[in-house]
Design a protein. Structure first.
Length: 260
């Protein structure tokens, strides 16, 4: 299995995964054209995808979903809560929603040789999920847009060989950002986003000794810095005696493929 984070941040999120004989996207939060360009940049075709897995309905995760799915014939998978909101959003904007293949949160399902498990998370949307993907040899976890690490999330994190994990903001930078208090409270709250410290605590508490790779994701451009997030996590990993490959996902360009 291998993954390429195509984009990560408040302006758009998408990741490309190959494994178990299937090719898929997690989220489609860039325009159709940008998704096509970034896939081409990493040598991946937008045609013939086996699935687009949707985490939740915020625009930075579904911006290009309807057009990309229609143009390239990609099946779209979501739970009932997320699908219902996306369908309503499309209807209100005069667009045709993609047909959805529905799954139940917490219930694993098969995509080719992959076992996909939707993990419930806390975020201010209808029915948000993270995902683990298991091809029998390795398990990848994709955890962004969550306000805190629940017991369910902790158990899922602990079973992963590689993680894409939100490290959205530095709390002091957020507090001094000049943003309105309700927005600051929303981001820092239990339905918001993980801070650098929360991401570090999650790894220190949950990560398996066999963790091979860790990608920090969904960094705020205004309330975080890649070097700050990386340094914080590097300290946490060292304290835990872990030494996975560590990278920081970018908004403007894809990361190199991570091979598992």
């Amino acid at each position: 299995m291998r993954i390429c984070v195509l984009a990560s941040g408040s302006k758009g999120n998408a990741a490309y995964v190959e494994g178990g004989g299937v090719r898929l996207l997690i989220d489609a939060g860039l325009s159709c054209r940008d998704l096509e360009r970034r896939l081409a940049a990493v040598g991946a075709s937008p045609d013939g995808l086996d699935a687009i897995l949707v985490t939740h309905e915020h625009e930075d995760h579904v911006r290009g979903l309807d057009r990309f799915a229609a143009r390239h014939g990609a099946p779209v998978f979501a739970n009932e809560g997320t699908a219902a909101v996306v369908e309503r959003q499309c209807r209100l904007s005069g667009r045709e929603a993609p047909p959805f293949t529905l799954f139940e949160s917490r219930v694993p399902f098969a995509l080719g040789g992959l076992t996909v498990t939707p993990v419930r998370i806390s975020h201010d949307t209808a029915e948000p999920v993270a995902y683990t993907l298991d091809d029998g040899a390795a398990r990848l976890g994709y955890f962004t847009d969550l306000g805190f690490v629940s017991d369910e999330v902790a158990a899922a994190l602990a079973a992963c060989d590689a993680l894409v994990l939100e490290s959205n903001h530095d709390l002091e930078m957020l507090r001094h950002s000049g943003r309105p208090y309700p927005l600051v409270a929303r981001i820092a709250g239990e339905s918001g986003h993980l801070s650098n410290d929360q991401a570090c605590e999650a790894v220190a508490r949950c990560a398996a000794p066999t963790l091979r790779a860790l990608v920090l994701a969904h960094l705020s451009e205004e309330c975080n810095q890649p070097g700050v997030a990386r340094a914080c996590m590097a300290r946490a990993l060292k304290a835990r005696g872990l030494s996975p490959a560590l990278a920081v996902a970018e908004q403007s360009s894809p990361l190199p493929f991570l091979e598992l």
